[in-house]
Design a protein around this ligand. Sequence first.
Ligand SMILES: [Mg+2]
Length: 271
Amino acid sequence: MPLNLPGILVPFHLLLNPRLVVPHLVVKDIRQLDFRELRRAGYRGAVFDKDNCLTLPHEDALVPELTDAWKECCQTFGSGYVLVVSNSAGSHLDAGEIQAEAVSHRLAVPVLRHTSFKPSYSCIASIRAYFASLPSPVRDEELIIVGDRLLTDVVLANRMACKKRIQAKPRQLSGEQSVTITEKQSYVLHATTRNSSGPLAIWTNGVWKRDSPVVRILEKQILRGVDSWILRGRGVLAEADARNFVRNLPQADVPKQEGLWKKLWHRFKGS
Ligand SMILES: [Mg+2]
């Protein structure tokens, strides 16, 4: 695994601005996103991470379960307005851009070529340049950014909002209502201050294939800490707003969460 220096430096940035790690919406995977509702709400472009969000890590093809959702997404936003930004395909490690070509072909959307890993400002500049170059340019606040990693995808989305905030004070879109996290509301696990200055940061916390477990645990602990000690339930996206964008997954499609002891017991029994 190559060293992601911009990612490694993120914890230092979090000391100054812990909210960077907090997504606006949390879903299991993109099947829970109502793309038509997002489009109706004014979002005109979408940025997706690749590994463990759309495809299995280091593979080019869409996870078969996501076929319908992906089709709906591409139809809703339109050709060119859905972009894959990956730290593998299209990055400077993708020699000859072979993987970017393969992913672009399999997913039928462009893959951003960029020279610096997410969540670097250089990568943000490349995303902005891409959406500014479209026939109908898309502003930061008209984007959704979807990914499975808090320290790269979510931080990248929130950094885009931070830069704009320096130029203009954001308008609060939603009330100061807090979201109660219950078992039944697992699709809206968290929602934070949503203002009009940046993209909507969406975290997909379902993992298609196990990778970097230590980093994922660390990310969750950081989010939990920021939620408990800094946000304290204040300044969140109204639950009603979040619900508009989120669908329930059919129960059969929700991956079963099995505890460690149960896993060991099943392994011991050989089942
Ligand atoms: Mg990923």
